[in-house]
Design a protein around this ligand. Structure first.
Ligand code: SF4
Length: 232
């Protein structure tokens, strides 16, 4: 049975998160993934769309090397930005969105900074960020969680796959709909570490094509594994 409603919290959720924590340890050793300037986090996540972390980081580093401040990026041409972030893919779209976002931030807050979001309430932050071009649920949740220290549970492809394999949510539920469900079920103090643990699990054992179920300590609680065994 799958569940998509907050009142239908899976009984094994805490036990599974505990196993992942014993395996990957990101709750006790919280990784430093935030930025003092939330615009950095916003644009880093924007650059991550449709590419891997390595190319995202290379694109971001190249841009910041040439234009160390967002004021300087805002003064660059779209073509210049496009060339600098090309390694991260979709450079035309991403550079266009960056300039549009910078103009909006300047107009809204008076400078090229999103530090003002730190003192705004969570709903207002979500509303503002969702008004920006190309900024979807995952990016908003990443900025909230990592850069603003506000409660959010970003759902990427690894987390969506894991939640579906655990049958915590319907197979057809999209990531932006999984996010509020996980936020209702997971204790807020576990959001950051739990989020990173599931991603590391997806990269390390629970991959899309060949999950390493025989080596996975979650297997005794995993419906996907139970079905695979029954079918073999
Ligand atoms: S048992 Fe397999 S499908 Fe289940 S969580 Fe582990 S690796 Fe993923």
């Amino acid at each position: 049975m799958t569940r998509n409603k907050p009142e239908e919290r899976p009984e094994n959720l805490d036990a599974v998160l505990d196993i992942l924590e014993s395996l990957w340890g990101n709750e006790r050793n919280r990784p430093e993934l935030g930025h003092d300037e939330p615009l950095d986090g916003l644009f880093l996540t924007l650059l991550s769309q449709n590419t891997n972390d390595r190319n995202r980081d290379r694109g971001f580093a190249t841009l910041k090397e040439r234009f160390p401040t967002w004021d300087e990026v805002a003064g660059a041409t779209q073509g210049e930005i496009e060339d600098l972030i090309r390694v991260a893919g979709l450079a035309k779209t991403k550079s266009e969105r960056m300039l549009a976002i910078l103009a909006n931030v300047r107009e809204t807050f008076g400078s090229y900074s999103l530090k003002a979001l730190k003192t705004m309430d969570d709903a207002a932050v979500r509303e503002y960020l969702s008004s920006l071009p190309g900024i979807g649920a995952k990016t908003i949740a990443c900025v909230l969680l990592f850069d603003l220290d506000k409660p959010a549970f970003p759902v990427d492809t690894h987390i969506a796959r894991f939640c579906r394999r655990m049958e915590w949510v319907d197979a057809s539920l999209p990531p932006d709909k999984i996010e509020p469900v996980m936020e209702a079920w997971v204790a807020p103090e576990r959001y950051l570490g739990g989020h990173v643990n599931i991603i590391e699990h997806g990269r390390g054992l629970c991959g899309a094509r060949k999950p390493q179920c025989q080596r996975c300590p979650v297997a005794p609680l995993c419906p996907f594994y139970a079905k695979e065994r029954a079918d073999s």
